[in-house]
Design a protein around this ligand. Structure first.
Ligand code: F6P
Length: 334
């Protein structure tokens, strides 16, 4: 059987299920093209002079890596002229990016984290791009405002990520399951290799940055203590731990073999409800995980039900295998 490329998969979905409008398909293809360019740059690393600090900071007050800036530019350049977008927003930009006047505007809003886990880039460990696509409420007639972006995760029409690891893979949902495509570097196309990815309900693996333990709230301490107690504790079995420090890589592992990923709110900065960003990290990953049969909460509430208040809002994240997300969410509710 011939290989199913990303384009062919989406055209067939469009015909079969009628769930994928042509302009959304073209938008996802464009994002895929930008991710290929990012993948090639990440791959060349020091040979292309893309490692190290950019010498600038983003709106979150984080130092930007050169590759943060390059990946952001690739996504803006690829997506500004195609006529499918009303505007874009990125972790690396304080305000929405408006489509330049010379290009037509479309009906969608694109949000992205151009290079998630970018502290991994200099040490040759996986990084990724995360994206979320929304309808533009006013149909893209005028320049969208920040308020136009502030839609709950349930309003997403598509979401995905590209992981730049031993293989480059694009993992995608438009509300019809989760499908993974591996980049064939010789052919230059994403090929369907992981159709209908599912998160197992049960797991023996968890992911959390343990160095923050002393700052956690009581329900998280209780839950992780019980996991660490292993076979002699209330859970009656041993759990394994992993922490890659790139959410894309943790989510990819969970989609492949199950697990729970946690970045809780903690006492370091009481004004920040967690480290991760709702609009371009929490929501797209929650959409993907739910479409694969898992769950995603902020401890008390389904992430995708949160009504965003700000473009760069932060959120506590518990996502993955449903049994474990239910337990830790239950502890918060008690
Ligand atoms: O976007 C933030 C991020 O890099 C995530 O990809 C990752 O899960 C997390 O931060 C790692 O945080 P820390 O450095 O605190 O372990």
């Amino acid at each position: 059987m011939s290989r199913i490329t990303l384009s062919r998969f989406m055209i067939e979905q469009q015909r079969k299920a009628g769930t994928l409008p042509p302009d959304l398909r073209l938008l996802i293809e464009t994002i895929g093209r930008a991710c290929k360019a990012i993948s090639f740059a990440v791959n060349k690393g020091a040979l292309a002079g893309v490692l190290g600090e950019a010498g600038t900071g983003n709106i979150q007050g984080e130092a930007q890596k050169k590759m943060d800036v390059i990946a952001n530019d690739y996504l803006l350049d690829a997506n500004e002229w195609g006529g499918n977008l009303a505007a874009m927003a990125s972790e690396e930009m304080e305000l929405p990016y408006h489509i330049p006047g010379e290009y037509p505007k479309g009906n969608y809003l694109l949000l992205f984290d151009p290079l998630d886990g970018s502290s991994n880039i200099d040490i040759n460990i996986s990084v990724g791009t995360i994206f979320s696509i929304l309808h533009c409420p006013n149909g893209g007639d005028s320049n969208p405002s920040i308020e136009d972006f502030l839609q709950p995760g349930t309003a997403q029409v598509a979401a995905g990520y590209t992981i730049y690891g031993p293989q480059t893979m694009l993992v995608l949902t438009f509300g019809n399951g989760v499908h993974g495509f591996t980049l064939d570097h010789e052919q230059g196309s994403f090929v369907l290799t992981h159709p209908d990815m599912r998160v197992p309900n049960t797991t023996g693996e968890f992911a959390i940055n343990m160095s923050n333990q002393r700052h956690w709230e009581a329900p998280v301490k209780r839950y992780v203590d019980e996991l660490l107690a292993g076979v002699s504790g209330v859970r009656g079995r041993d759990f394994n731990m992993r922490w890659v420090a790139a959410m894309v890589a943790e989510v990819h592992r969970i989609l492949t073999r199950g697990g729970i990923f946690m970045y809780p709110r903690d006492a370091r900065d009481p004004d920040k409800p967690g480290k991760l960003r709702l609009m371009y990290e929490g929501n797209p990953m929650a959409f993907i995980i739910e479409q694969a049969g898992g769950k995603a909460t902020n401890g008390t509430q389904r992430i995708m039900d949160i009504k965003p208040q700000a473009l760069h809002e932060r959120v506590a994240v518990f996502l993955g295998s449903s049994e474990e997300v239910d337990i830790v969410t239950g502890y918060h509710k008690q």
